[in-house]
Write a protein of this length. Sequence first.
Length: 89
Amino acid sequence: MTEHELKTWPPYWGDVYLSIKTFEYRRNDRNFQVGDIVILREWDPRREVYTGAKVRMQIGYLIYGGQFGIPDGYCIFSLCPVKNGEGGP
């Protein structure tokens, strides 16, 4: 299991925090794997700073690019609450 810190813009961060947005579409430049932890840090693109807000999630399902219209080098993964004993809050 690997931990990844990722920038997320405010409207998307808020939707993840509220469990409205339960997936991420990302360039797969980190070799994401099911079970990895992602720490989504809210990033303000206008001021170019982190806001300090963050949410910790776990990758529950992953589809790699090169299929289903997802370009090579990209992926889509589900965001799940972190399971106990798996790097939880």
